[in-house]
Design a protein around this ligand. Structure first.
Ligand code: ADP
Length: 956
C-alpha cells in the first residue's frame, strides 16, 4: 500500500512534469500561459507531496506540507484565469483583487497555522513503516478554503456553460465540456478530502491530476494549441488592430483589447462607441488617440452563417498617416523650391533679356538710320545672333514651365487662314534662303474658324517646320494640313504633317528624339544651331492637346513629323483654296527697314518702362513718325501723367519694380481724374513665359508686344490703335535740326517752307509740329493788328510801348521760325531800348539820331510783317479739325487755373509770363464755351493791352 502510494505520487509527478514541459513548449498566447501556470502550480504541489513521503521528522514534513499549499493556492487561481480566458470572458478587476487577497490571506493562515490553529486546529505526524501519516483536525479556515475552491470551480463551470450556449464551433463546445468534467471531478475529489478517508491520503493530488489530464486532452484534442486558432486569438487580442463585432440586433457581441484601449467607455456605454465608429466611417475620419491614428472599416462576413453580423475593423494607420504628412511636408518644400526656381528663371530671363533687348533695339536703329551697306550687314548679323539667343532663352523658359506643370492649354477662337499665313510667313524665307522648295498643301474644306490654343499650335508647327528646314540640305519641305469630320458634330479633326527630304534620323536614335537637351548625330549636325529642346517642348504641347506626336524617318532620305488635332468649330465657312498672301521679310532682298514710313505728328503716346535704354530705343524708333512721345520711368509716374492729358496709346512694360505693369493697369482704372479710360494700353513684355496674348488680353490690355520692339511691330501697333485722323502715310520731309537730330516735317508744315518760315526751327522753338501749325495760323491772323499797333505807337511817339510791341514781335516771329522777321524786330527793339536810355540820360543828340533810325527801319519791318499775311496763306484758312482734335483737351478747372495765373501776371505787368501762359494755353484744344474768350485774350496779349487782359479775366 505504502509503496503503491509512493509510486502513485511519482506517477502523478511525472505526468504533471510532462504536462508542464509540453505546455511550456507550445505556449504562445495568454490562455496557454494560464494553463502553464496551472501546471506549474500542480508541479510544485506534487513535488511537495513527494517530499513529504520521505520526510523523517515532523518539522520537515510540516514545511513540505506548507510548500505544497503554495502550489495548491496557485493552481486553483490559474485554472480560473485559464477558463475565463479561454471563453473570452472578461473578469472584473475587483474579482481579481478579492481572489488575490483571499489566496494571499490563505497562505498566511496556512503558514501561521502552527501557532494559530486556524487552518489545522490540531495535527501530528505519525511515522508508520517509514511513511509519514498526517493527522489533523480542520480549523475554521480549512472549511472556508474548501468553500472558496468550490466557488471558484463553480464560477469556472458557470463561465463554461455560458460560453457553450453561444458557441457555434463544435470543437470549442467539446473543449468546454471536457474542461467542465475536469473541474467537477476535481471538486468531487475535494469532497473526498473532507471525508474520513481523506485523513491519510491527500486526494487533492489525484483530483488535480485527473483535472490536468482531462484539460490537456481537451486542449490538445480540440486544438487549443493549434497554431491557426492560436494565431487568430493572438491577432485579435494582441495586435494593434481592433475588432468590434455586432450581432444581428446591432448590439456589441465582441470587441478585442485594442478597441477597449481606444474606447475605454465601451463596457459602460457600448452604444456610444458604436455611434462614434459609425460617425468616423461616414466622414472618413481617423480616430486619434495618444499620438496614434486609427481607421475604421465596416466588413461583412462572406460566410452565410455570419451574414447578420457586422464587423468593424480598426487599423492602426499612424505610420501611413505620418508618412502622408511627411510627404505633404516634402511636397511643400519641393513646391517652394520649384516656385523659387520659376521665380529665378523669370527674373533671370528679365535680367538677360533686358540688355539683349537694348542691343537689338540699338541695332534696329542702326539698320533704320544707317545707309552704309557694310555696316548694315554687321548689324543684321547682330540681329540674327541676338534673336537666336532670345529664342534659346525662350525655349529654356518654356521647358522649365512645362516641367513645373504650369502649361495650360487656353482655347480661343482663331482664324485658320491667319494661322497658316503666320506659319508660312515665319518659315518660308528660311527655306528659300537655303534653296529649298517650300510646299504648302492645305485642305480647302477646313472650317475657317476653329477653337483651340492657337499660340501653342503655331509654336508646335513652327518648331517642326524650322527643324525640317534646319536638317534638310536639298530638296523640299512640305507642310500638309488635312481635315476630316469628327465623331462629335461640333468638332473636326485636323491632320498636321511636316515632311522633309533631309538627313533623316537613325533608327537607334529614335528613342532619344524627344529627350530634352539631347541632340542627335552631333558630329554631322555640329554646325546647326539648336538646344535639343524644340521637340521635347513640341511633344509636351501636343500631348497636352490630347494628341500624339508621330515620327517616321529614314536615314539620309528624310523625315515626317505628324499629329492629329481635334478642334471645336467656331465657324463652318471653309477656308477655300489656300494661297499665301502675307509679307515675307527677306532681309537680303526686300529691306524691311525701308518699308513705307508712317507719320503721325498729331498723335501722342506714353511709354512706361523702368529701363532708360528701352525708353531711348522706343523714342529713337518712333522719331521718324513725328509722334509726340512722353515717357514715364515708373508706374507711379504714369498714374500721375494719365490724369494730366489724354494719350492715343499707352505702351506699358510688364516687369517693373515696385508696381508692375499689370498692377499699374488695374490701378490706372481706379485713379480719379484718369483721362485715359478708353486709351488702348499695350503690354510690353520681355518675358517669354508670360508671352501669351490671351494672358494680357485677360488682364485688360488691348494687346501685347514682345521686346525687343522692332520698328515694324511698333508701326503695326500704331496703324492698328491710333485714331484714323491722326495717322498719315505721306512721305515726310526729313531735316536735321541744330543738334543734328532728324526732324520730320509734315506735308502741311512743308507748305510753309520758303515762305519766310524756317519750319525745322519753328518746330524746335514751338516744341512740336502741331503747335507750330497752330501758332502759324494765330500769327497770320494777328499780322495786321500787330503792324498797326507798332505804326500807331511810333506815330504817337509812345516809344516805350513801341519797344514793348517790337519785343513781342521778335519773340512771336522766332516762335514760328520767321527768323528774318525776328531779327529785324530785334534790331528795332535794341534801337528802341537805346533810345529810351538816351532820353533818360537827356542825351537829345543821341535820342534824335536813334529815333531817326527807328523811323527809317520801321516801315521795312512793317511791310515785311504785313507780307506774312500772304506768305502764311497756304490755302487752309480754317484751323483744320484734325489739328484741333490732335491737341489734348484741357479741363475747365485747369484752364481756369491758367487764366487766373495769367491775370496775376497781367496785374503785375509781367508780360513775359503772360506770354508764357498764353503759349501753353494754345497747345490745348479749348472747350467750346471758352473759345471766344481765348481768342479775345490772344489779341489783347498780342497788343500788350494789360487793361483789356485784366478786364477780360475779371470773371476768373
Ligand atoms: P534642336 O534644337 O537640336 O533642333 P530639337 O529638339 O528640335 O532640338 O530636335 C532634337 C534633335 O532631333 C535634333 O538635334 C536633330 O538631331 C533631330 N531632328 C529633329 N528634327 C529633325 C528632322 N526634321 N530631321 C532630322 N533630324 C531631326
Amino acid at each position: 500500500m505504502d509503496n503503491l502510494i509512493t509510486i502513485s505520487y511519482f506517477a502523478i509527478f511525472a505526468t504533471v512534469l510532462y504536462e508542464t514541459v509540453l505546455v511550456f513548449r507550445k505556449m504562445r498566447i495568454r490562455t496557454h500561459f494560464y494553463l502553464f501556470m496551472n501546471c506549474m502550480g500542480m508541479l510544485i504541489c506534487n513535488l511537495a507531496v513527494l517530499i513529504m513521503q520521505f520526510c523523517t521528522t515532523d518539522e520537515l514534513y510540516f514545511y513540505a506540507l506548507l510548500y505544497s499549499w503554495l502550489g495548491k493556492v496557485w493552481v486553483i487561481i490559474a485554472t480560473l484565469y485559464f477558463v475565463v480566458n479561454l471563453c473570452k470572458y472578461k473578469v472584473p478587476q475587483f474579482v481579481t483583487v478579492i481572489e488575490s487577497i483571499i489566496s494571499v490571506s490563505m497562505l498566511i493562515v496556512i503558514i501561521t497555522t502552527r501557532k494559530t490553529g486556524l487552518f489545522y486546529a490540531n495535527y501530528d505526524v505519525e511515522f508508520v513503516d517509514g511513511m509519514a501519516l498526517f493527522n489533523y483536525t480542520k480549523g475554521p479556515f480549512y472549511i472556508s478554503w474548501l468553500i472558496n475552491v468550490n466557488i471558484l470551480v463553480f464560477t469556472c463551470i458557470f463561465v463554461l456553460v455560458n460560453s457553450m450556449a453561444g458557441e457555434k464551433s463544435k470543437r470549442k463546445v467539446n473543449q468546454y465540456k471536457m474542461i467542465m468534467v475536469a473541474l467537477i471531478s476535481e471538486s468531487l475529489v475535494g469532497v473526498l478530502c473532507v471525508l474520513p478517508i481523506g485523513r491519510y491520503y491527500d486526494f487533492n493530488q489525484i483530483g488535480f491530476l485527473i483535472c490536468a489530464i482531462i484539460i490537456i486532452v481537451a486542449t490538445f484534442k480540440n486544438n487549443l494549441f493549434d497554431i491557426e486558432t492560436a494565431t487568430k486569438d493572438y491577432i485579435v487580442d494582441d495586435l494593434s488592430s481592433g475588432v468590434v463585432a455586432l450581432d444581428k440586433y446591432g448590439d456589441i457581441a465582441y470587441y478585442n483589447r485594442m478597441i477597449e484601449k481606444v474606447f475605454p467607455f465601451i463596457e459602460a456605454s457600448p452604444q456610444d462607441a458604436i455611434d462614434h465608429i459609425h460617425w468616423l466611417i461616414e466622414r472618413n475620419q481617423l480616430l486619434n488617440v495618444e499620438n496614434k491614428s486609427y481607421r475604421f472599416e465596416e466588413k461583412q462576413f462572406e460566410d452565410e452563417r455570419f451574414r447578420d453580423m457586422t464587423i468593424f475593423a480598426m487599423t492602426d494607420v499612424t505610420a501611413y498617416y505620418n508618412h502622408l504628412k511627411d510627404m505633404e511636408k516634402q511636397k511643400e518644400i519641393a513646391d517652394e523650391a520649384n516656385k523659387l526656381k520659376s521665380f529665378f528663371l523669370a527674373s533671370m530671363s528679365h535680367e538677360i533679356r533686358t540688355p539683349i533687348n537694348t542691343v537689338l533695339g540699338m541695332d534696329e536703329m542702326i539698320l533704320l538710320e544707317n545707309k552704309d551697306p557694310e555696316i548694315n550687314q554687321y548689324a543684321k548679323r547682330i540681329q540674327s545672333a541676338g534673336k537666336t539667343l532670345l529664342g534659346i532663352i525662350n525655349d529654356i523658359l518654356d521647358f522649365s514651365k512645362i516641367e513645373a506643370g504650369k502649361i495650360e492649354i487656353v482655347p480661343v477662337k482663331y482664324d485658320v487662314l491667319e494661322l497658316i499665313n503666320d506659319l508660312v510667313s515665319n518659315t518660308q524665307s528660311l527655306a528659300n534662303d537655303k534653296g529649298l522648295s517650300f510646299e504648302v498643301d492645305i485642305d480647302s474644306h477646313i472650317p475657317r474658324y476653329l477653337i483651340g490654343d492657337e499660340t501653342r499650335i503655331k509654336q508646335c508647327i513652327t518648331n517642326l517646320l524650322t527643324n525640317a528646314i534646319k536638317y534638310t540640305e536639298k530638296g523640299k519641305v512640305c507642310l500638309t494640313i488635312g481635315y476630316s469630320k469628327d465623331a462629335s458634330p461640333d468638332s473636326v479633326c485636323l491632320s498636321v504633317s511636316v515632311k522633309d527630304t533631309g538627313i533623316g534620323i537613325k533608327h537607334e536614335d529614335m528613342d532619344k528624339l524627344f529627350t530634352a537637351f539631347d541632340r542627335l548625330d552631333v558630329v554631322r549636325n555640329r554646325s546647326i544651331k539648336g538646344t535639343g529642346l524644340g521637340l521635347a517642348i513640341t511633344k509636351q504641347y501636343v500631348d497636352k492637346m490630347g494628341s500624339e506626336l508621330c515620327v517616321e524617318s529614314e536615314y539620309n532620305k528624310g523625315s515626317t513629323f505628324s499629329f492629329l488635332l481635334r478642334q471645336l468649330v467656331g465657324g463652318w465657312e471653309q477656308i477655300g483654296e489656300y494661297k499665301f498672301d502675307g509679307n515675307v521679310y527677306d532681309d537680303n532682298k526686300t529691306d524691311k527697314y525701308s518699308v513705307e514710313t508712317f507719320y503721325a505728328p498729331a498723335a501722342t503716346v506714353l511709354v512706361v518702362d523702368d529701363t532708360e535704354n528701352n525708353l531711348f530705343v522706343f523714342e529713337s524708333l518712333l522719331k521718324k513718325t513725328g509722334l509726340n512721345i512722353e515717357t514715364a520711368a515708373s508706374a507711379k509716374q504714369m498714374l500721375k501723367m494719365v490724369t494730366e492729358r489724354k494719350y492715343d496709346i499707352i505702351y506699358l512694360d510688364h516687369m517693373m519694380p515696385e508696381m508692375d505693369g499689370i498692377e499699374a493697369l488695374h490701378a490706372m482704372e481706379k485713379v480719379s481724374g484718369n483721362m485715359n479710360m478708353t486709351t488702348p494700353v499695350i503690354a510690353l513684355t520681355a518675358n517669354a513665359i508670360y508671352g501669351s496674348r490671351d494672358f494680357y488680353l485677360g488682364e485688360g490690355f488691348s494687346d501685347y508686344m514682345s521686346k525687343p520692339v522692332s520698328y515694324a511691330t511698333l508701326k503695326a501697333s500704331l496703324e492698328k490703335y491710333l485714331p484714323p485722323e491722326k495717322k498719315s502715310h505721306a512721305e515726310p520731309i526729313e531735316v536735321y535740326n541744330s543738334n543734328d537730330e532728324i526732324v520730320v516735317i509734315s506735308d502741311e508744315l512743308a507748305a510753309y517752307e520758303g515762305r519766310g518760315i524756317d519750319v525745322k526751327t519753328g518746330i524746335e522753338n514751338s516744341g512740336s509740329g502741331v503747335i507750330l501749325l497752330k501758332v502759324l495760323k494765330d500769327f497770320r491772323e494777328s499780322v495786321e493788328e500787330t503792324a498797326n499797333t507798332i505804326e500807331r505807337e511810333l506815330k504817337k511817339r509812345e516809344m516805350k510801348n513801341y519797344t514793348v510791341h517790337v519785343h513781342a514781335l521778335k519773340s512771336s516771329a522766332r516762335l514760328i521760325g520767321a527768323m528774318r522777321l525776328s531779327a529785324m524786330a530785334l534790331n528795332l527793339e535794341n534801337i528802341g531800348n537805346e533810345y529810351l536810355n538816351a532820353v533818360k540820360e537827356n542825351n537829345t543828340a543821341k535820342s534824335d539820331e536813334l529815333l531817326a533810325d527807328i523811323e527809317e527801319f520801321t516801315p521795312g519791318l512793317l511791310t515785311y510783317l504785313r507780307s506774312f499775311k500772304e506768305l502764311l496763306d497756304v490755302g487752309e484758312d480754317e484751323e483744320s479739325e484734325s489739328t484741333a482734335e490732335a491737341l489734348p483737351k484741357i479741363s475747365h478747372e485747369d484752364l481756369d487755373e491758367m487764366l487766373a495765373a495769367m491775370k496775376e501776371f497781367a496785374q503785375a505787368f509781367d508780360m513775359d509770363n503772360v506770354d508764357a501762359v498764353m503759349e501753353t494755353i494754345v497747345t490745348y484744344s479749348i472747350p467750346d464755351d471758352k473759345k471766344s474768350l481765348i481768342e479775345e485774350l490772344k489779341k489783347a496779349v498780342r497788343n500788350i493791352d494789360y487793361d483789356l487782359i485784366i478786364s477780360l479775366l475779371s470773371g476768373v
